[in-house]
Design a protein around this ligand. Structure first.
Ligand code: MOS
Length: 755
């Protein structure tokens, strides 16, 4: 936790909390169980809905025989395409804020089956056990037709998606002459890199408790999501409800990693049943069912890279084929970053999709970049050996000082410092370059490294601030905290902006009655909501100053807002800090019992447009391999991240620790294995879908590299949720090669492939 703020950001002077490792303000609620998740709201008189999934992959439902289970006492209703289309789907084509191009899947709308485990019915009963039992008895007759779920068979069917989603940028056109430069270069490397689908698997399963309020169509919808407003808009449009009727609450989210960006089908199911039955209904998905609605796509990537004798990159070609569903074109940025990260004049980037019979893929931590960086960083590692350069030296030689994709300077880029500080901490200079040349007793030791890049984004967001006469400040916004620390950084920024102690500040999130903010995602929430909080607190400060100036013999009369500071619960004149008014006295004198403000903060497009805005990292990894057993352990990781100003080095470090653990997971364990005969992921549980346990995780060192940036936003925040994940999987694969001399280009780097 070495981060110090050399140059305090513009938060109207206070820096009591900004940049400090403040404890999570929601920590006590989480560890005591006071923080409630969607399935934990015990509303009275609850019915339980259990989702029934299709065992076939493509075809249609011929008949659903609900009668036998409806005769079981306590079974309330069975919803399916036979009775639902007239009840829902007011706007059949409604797309949520995150939807890719195409036609969103409409649960229980048609008899058609488009993917395995498609939700086909909802069985509602008075208890969960009964609903689950009845669901197991539901007779459904299907007619299966042929399916294709294997991307390998679609290699020739790739197509270029259109720009159907504003957040997706197609790869830039080629530059220079990549083909010719490749042929001419003395050191060439070409290979294919692959990973299968991966599933997000947050701790909290998807669940919705729809509380029927006994008043027309009014519902409280407790949902597991990364964006209550996105869910609200979806429900309003599908069911024709007003904002007041569809009140969505999601104060705590037990992880999302992208899976909660889009409304998932359980919220549709719960709301449908609650409205129809005029009763509160809960629908929780099982862990198995967590594999039924989206994943990081299976992707095939070809890298052709070449360097000259000085180690300078001559050609970089990165081409990919990703799976998508038959009904939507899921796009993510996989290759674009490859044209930004390194200095190379001859670049060709290509991104294609192919349709197979799966559910639409979805965002999963650092979507696109995670896949792309794995392939790129492994390929460059391979090329560095061919060119006879140390992998770190090779990256420094090809360091990009400008963004060659967009032909723009970087708003800031401290990647070089990431390399230097990370390497120093790791002891990279003691690396012996030859594979299989380092040992620890019987174990082979491998050192590998890699780099990552992610966007620094800010989105339009609103917040509200409310100050009581006792001096308690509440700041609120509708977006979610998915475990990232949003509550905490909001409270820090608010406390500093108004010079209040953190204990007097409360942050509230995840409720659609609050000012609108985007889904929590893209590592953009700290910047977006942070700016909204700062803006609204300043607005409240201006109101306070005006009231203070109206007080009898006010020492602040005639002083502009720009010339006062908010410190220690007081408003002070900058020129003479003995001129003060206590904030509590202001409210007392005004006779108001509270003071409120609401504000929206938007990115300063004009200021940002000339720049390329990114966060970076450099990862150094040590692995030890038992050659006889083929087992590999990641014994040491140093991850140096430059992500602008760090609001809270403690929560930021936790983000990076989580990233590293997930990187270990991606590199060594995760893979959703499809049995293509059935078209189904066979390891759809946490017994067989492997993720790390404590014994898999050893030393992790996080360096938060100091980086000032006044372009990205006035607070200088770039976001750290995703960048720390990048490069980790590649660095591990590279270390595995250095240890063993064996390249594994198909993740995960598992024992069978290493042996
Ligand atoms: Mo993140 S994959 O934008 O939740």
């Amino acid at each position: 936790m070495s981060q110090t703020i050399a140059n305090p950001p513009d938060i109207h002077l206070g820096t009591e909390y900004f940049g400090k490792p403040v404890n999570r303000v929601d920590g006590p609620a989480k560890v005591t169980g006071a923080a409630k998740y969607a399935a934990e709201f015990n509303v009275p008189d609850l019915y339980y809905g259990v989702v029934v999934n299709s065992p076939i992959t493509v075809g249609k439902i011929i008949k659903i025989n609900s009668a036998p289970i409806l005769r079981i006492p306590g079974v309330v209703q069975v919803f399916s395409h036979e009775n639902v289309p007239t009840l829902a789907w007011r706007d059949k084509n409604y797309k949520d804020d995150i939807a890719p191009g195409g036609s969103p899947f409409r649960p229980l709308h048609e008899p058609n089956i488009m993917f395995n485990m498609q939700p086909v019915a909802l069985v509602v009963a008075e208890t969960y056990e009964l609903a689950r039992y009845a669901a197991s008895l539901l007779e459904i007759e299907y007619e299966a037709t042929a399916h294709q779920t294997n991307l390998e068979f679609k290699r020739k069917d790739g197509f270029h998606p259109g720009k159907e989603k504003s957040s997706w940028t197609p790869p830039p056109p080629p530059r220079g002459n990549p083909k010719e430069a490749y042929e001419k270069a003395p050191h060439q490397h070409e290979a294919e890199y692959i990973h299968l689908a991966q599933h997000n698997n947050p701790m909290e399963n998807f669940a919705t408790t729809a509380e029927w309020l006994g008043d027309g169509k009014k519902l409280n919808i407790y949902d597991k999501t990364q964006g209550a407003p996105n869910v609200q808009k979806y429900i309003m449009n599908i069911f024709g409800l007003s904002k007041e009727e569809a009140h969505v609450v999601s104060r705590y989210t037990g992880g999302g990693f992208g899976s909660g960006l889009r409304p998932q089908h359980q919220v549709f199911m719960a709301v449908l049943a609650a409205l129809e039955l005029k009763h509160s209904v809960r629908v929780s998905l099982t862990r198995e069912q967590m594999f039924s609605f989206g994943h990081r796509p299976h992707i095939l990537q070809t890298l052709k890279v070449a360097a000259d004798d000085t180690g300078a990159l001559q050609s970089l070609q990165h081409e990919t084929l990703s799976e998508t569903s038959q009904f939507e074109n899921f796009t993510e940025m996989v290759v674009n970053w490859s044209g930004v990260l390194y200095q190379c004049e001859n670049v060709k980037l290509d991104y294609e999709l192919a349709k197979i019979d799966v559910y639409t893929p979805m965002d999963m931590r650092a979507p696109g970049a995670a896949s792309g960086s794995f392939a790129l960083e492994c390929a460059l590692d391979e090329l560095s050996y061919k060119a006879g350069r140390d992998p770190l030296e090779f990256r420094l030689l090809n360091y990009a000082d400008t963004d060659l994709n967009e032909k723009k300077p970087f708003s800031s880029k401290k990647l070089r410092e990431c390399y230097h500080q990370g390497a120093a901490k790791f002891g990279w200079d003691k690396r012996s370059p030859t594979p299989r040349s380092m040992r620890d007793g019987d174990l082979l030791v491998g050192w590998g490294m890699a780099t990552g890049i992610w966007d620094a984004g800010q989105k339009k967001a609103a917040a509200k601030a409310s100050l009581t006469a006792e001096g308690h400040l509440t700041v609120s916004s509708a977006t979610n905290d998915i475990g990232t620390g949003t509550y905490t950084v909001m409270a820090q920024i608010a406390a500093d902006t108004l010079g209040l102690p953190l204990t007097d500040v409360k942050a509230v999130l995840g409720d659609t009655t609050l000012p609108e903010a985007p889904v929590q995602g893209g590592s953009a929430t700290a910047a977006s909501v942070g700016m909204a909080v700062q803006t609204v607190c300043k607005a409240l400060g201006e109101k306070l100053l005006k009231l203070a100036q109206k007080m009898d013999k006010s020492p602040l009369k005639g002083i502009d807002f720009e010339n006062v500071q908010f410190v220690d619960g007081q408003i002070r004149a900058n020129e003479d800090i003995s001129k003060t008014v206590a904030i509590k006295d202001v409210l007392a004198a005004s006779g108001e019992d509270k003071l409120e403000a609401e504000a929206t903060a938007s990115p300063d497009m004009l200021k940002q447009a000339p720049y390329s805005k990114h966060a970076h990292n450099a990862v150094f990894v040590e692995v030890k391999v038992d050659e006889e057993l083929g087992t590999l352990h990641v014994t040491r990781v140093v991850n140096a991240v430059a992500a602008g100003r760090i609001v809270n080095p403690k929560t930021a470090r936790s983000q990076v620790l989580g990233s590293v653990v997930w990187g270990i997971s991606m590199a060594l364990m995760e893979e959703s294995v499809m049995d293509h005969n059935f078209g189904r992921y066979m390891n759809h549980d946490l017994a067989e879908y492997h993720i790390p346990v404590h014994a898999d995780v050893h030393d992790i060192d996080v360096i938060l590299v100091e980086e000032e940036d006044d372009i990205v936003n006035p607070l200088g925040i770039k976001g750290i949720g995703e960048v720390g994940f990048l490069g980790v999987a590649a660095a591990i694969a590279n270390a595995a090669y250095h240890a063993t001399g064996k390249r594994v280009r198909h993740l995960p780097v598992s024992l069978d492939k290493l042996l």
